[in-house]
Write a protein that binds this ligand. Structure first.
Ligand code: 5U1
Length: 683
């Protein structure tokens, strides 16, 4: 039975009327926490679930619908601290769809509404996880901004919105409309959110739960100087009131018009035909989602043609011509049954919550990481608690927060064990580390051995097909394999004696082991599992040293010359190779036939751009972007996409735009292509 946030299960409430009352009061409470306090009390998916339960209940029993039902409302009440703005045209919300079927039904309703059997042209935008805003321009000048509020009246956030650099204070072009209401979303990019939370942590302030809350919290500052310090962005996706201007004929044309006027519009949009086109876009963007710079929770489909939108009109609180197709919930509520610890390949002890199974992010989750002891204390998570669990993309599910009001009287605190549950060695925590570690090392601790072998065989390391967690568990538990070198000593007999191992599978594994022997130096370094040496550092080390013999005897000074290698990484590499067992492992692996093509060692002249970050802008006279990047990287520099205080040089060509202006404002040295080439000729 489904978990219910009211302390029981959905089935325990006796009458529809009682259930509707509970739903109304809970939804109002959650909406207040979300919209007004910027401090959500339940995951969005839980809110959506309760909302849709109330909608269904009201549909089945219309007599239960009250005037103040949350289903009649669009947002939260406006904050009293801000002035109020009456929206000239209400800011309504969207109906949600989750399954493909919902989209197919939406398309069918649109075709019926327009009385056509032909394919409909749809415009698709992303559904940003931010805050809906109306920007008013009068005679081309930014004059007022308001939040959605309850859809009819919003909060006046003009001064705060004025601090958002991407929003033009004057529209581009000579012939602006008399009055234009631009609708869109204010949001915070993921990297800006991380930086803000880091600053909040450093200052001992409150961290924000997610970028949406950070954006909302930043916008609702009574002091606009605080808003100005937060990096907020805006993407336009709609129009409200328009006077003294010609409305474009379609949604796509509206976005083009906005672009021409300098209003930011997200590049990730499309115009497609029919339900199949909608579903194709949905699949494609879902794959891209994690790589986007901002959070989205779905996509929005709109009939592209404005005349058809008018024909379709609205039903109660939402337009008939649009629907939000939401991604599977990434957060859901469940209960912590227990908290265990897991031992990683470097001995790191990670507390893991064992959960009542819950469907989240498209899979059933039974375990979620709690990261470390401090995190458990900071979030105050106890055994028995109702918690929200998040699973985003391929990221390991994590416990986000406890629902304190649902904490049972017998909830227990987690106590970090003092001995490793696998090998019994002491668990210690260094003062400057958040992570506790098993001191057994891979010789004593089979969990570390298994973790190390799994990493060695993994796709980005030696890429040994078929050697996964289950096989490694057996090989280690049966003491067939201790080190990575033992993998290459495996024979058919040893493998077929394992559980569930047919001769054919064993032969495949032996073949995969043979194939993996032909690798690259970078993969080999990465596969060794040296702490702090990830894929990218391994590539840098391989390029710098070229040969294993050189890396084995590298000095701290040499290591510090490698791009991105700092004192911590250098020490970790030195420590690794000072252990004779690790050197022996390397020798054994090479003796068993692991090899890689010789690498041309980088000419290590003076790395004139070592530690420097450069930004390229405009069209350079002779070099393409890739060529310029190569020149910079060869000289030890890095190329970044945007100008910041950390930029060392801006390399500017013809038609350089806003990056040049920003660099000049920040006093950053500007180089021409010729100056860049001259500088790098010393490398
Ligand atoms: N991207 C996007 N979000 N969003 C929200 N488009 C969009 N359109 C909306 C809303 C409420 O409304 C119009 C379809 C009226």
């Amino acid at each position: 039975m489904q978990n219910d946030i009211f302390g029981g299960t959905s089935g325990e409430v006796t009458t529809p009327q009682a259930r509707a009352e509970i739903l109304r009061s809970e939804l109002n409470r959650h909406a207040h926490a979300y919209y007004v306090l910027d401090n959500p009390s339940v995951p969005d998916a839980e809110y959506d679930r309760l909302f849709s339960e109330l909608q269904q209940l009201e549909q089945a029993h219309p007599e239960l619908k009250t005037a103040d039902s949350p289903t009649n409302r669009v947002g939260g009440a406006p904050l009293p601290e801000f002035g109020q703005v009456q929206h000239a045209i209400p800011m309504l919300s969207l109906n949600n769809g989750f399954a493909d079927e919902d989209v197919i039904n939406f398309d069918r309703r649109v075709r019926e509404g327009l009385d056509t059997t032909g394919e409909i042209e749809y415009a698709i935008d992303l559904k940003f996880d931010g805050l809906a805003i109306n920007l008013r321009y009068v005679d081309g000048l930014f004059s007022q901004a308001a939040t959605r509020g309850d859809g009819f009246t919003g909060e006046d956030v003009t001064e705060n919105i004025r601090t958002i650099r991407g929003i033009p204070l004057r529209l581009h072009g000579d012939n602006p409309p008399k009055v234009l209401d631009v609708r869109g979303e204010v949001l915070m990019f993921k990297n800006d959110f991380e930086k803000l939370n880091q600053r909040q942590r450093d200052a001992g302030g409150k961290e924000f739960a997610n970028p949406r809350n950070a954006a909302a919290g930043s916008l609702r500052q009574l002091d606009s100087k605080i808003t100005a310090q937060r990096s907020l962005r805006f993407f336009a996706y709609g129009i409200g009131y328009l006077e003294g201007g010609k409305l474009p004929s379609s949604h796509r044309a509206l976005l083009d018009w906005y672009r021409q006027m300098g209003i930011p519009v997200c590049e990730e949009n499309a115009v497609v035909r029919g339900a199949a086109g909608l579903l194709d876009f949905y699949q494609a963007i879902q794959k891209k989602r994690d790589a986007l710079a901002y959070e989205i929770d779905g996509v929005v489909y709109k009939v592209n043609d404005f005349a058809s939108q008018d024909n379709l009109g609205f039903v109660s609180r939402a337009p008939r011509f649009a629907i939000a197709h939401k991604f599977p919930a990434q957060e859901a509520l469940t209960t912590v049954l227990d908290i265990d610890v897991q031992v990683g390949r470097t001995g790191a002890i990670t507390p893991v919550a064992r959960l009542v199974p819950v469907f989240v992010g498209g899979v059933t989750v039974t375990n979620a990481t709690l990261h470390n002891e401090e995190e458990i204390q900071r979030k105050d998570i106890r055994i028995g608690d109702t918690v929200s669990v998040r699973r985003a993309g391929d990221v390991i599910p994590e416990v986000v927060a406890s629902v304190l009001e649902k904490r049972p009287a017998d909830a227990r605190q987690f106590i970090m064990p003092t001995a490793c549950p696998i090998c019994g060695s002491a668990i210690v925590k260094l003062e400057d580390e958040a992570i506790a570690r098993c001191t057994g090392g891979w010789i004593k601790c089979s969990a570390q051995r298994k973790g190390g072998l799994f990493h060695f065989a993994s796709r980005k390391a030696m890429n040994i097909d078929g050697v996964g967690e289950q096989l490694i568990d057996q090989l280690v538990d049966k003491q067939v394999v201790t080190t990575a070198a033992d993998l290459y000593k495996l024979g058919l007999r040893a493998l077929v004696e394992l559980d569930r191992m047919a001769e054919k599978s064993a032969q495949n594994i032996l073949a995969a082991l043979e194939v993996s022997k032909h690798t690259s130096f970078a993969r080999f370094i990465y596969a060794l599992g040296i702490r702090h040496v990830g894929e990218s550092t391994a590539k840098d080390l391989a390029a710098y040293f070229g040969k294993m013999d050189a890396l084995l005897v590298a000095t701290e000074e040499q290591l510090l010359n490698v791009p991105d290698v700092g004192p911590i990484v250098a020490k970790s590499i030195l420590r690794f190779f000072s252990d004779p067992l690790n050197v022996e492992l390397v020798e054994q692996l090479i003796a068993s036939g692991v090899h890689w093509p010789e690498i041309e060692v980088q000419e290590k002249g003076e790395q004139v751009l070592a530690g420097k970050t450069l930004v390229l802008t405009g069209t350079l006279p002779s070099l393409s972007r890739d060529q310029a990047t190569e020149v910079i990287e060869k000289a030890g520099g890095k190329v970044a996409g945007s100008v910041s205080k950390k930029t060392s040089y801006l390399v500017a060509g013809d038609d350089a735009g806003s990056k040049l202006v920003k660099a000049q404002e920040l006093g950053i040295t500007i180089l021409t292509e010729a100056e860049l080439l001259q500088l790098c000729s010393r490398s």
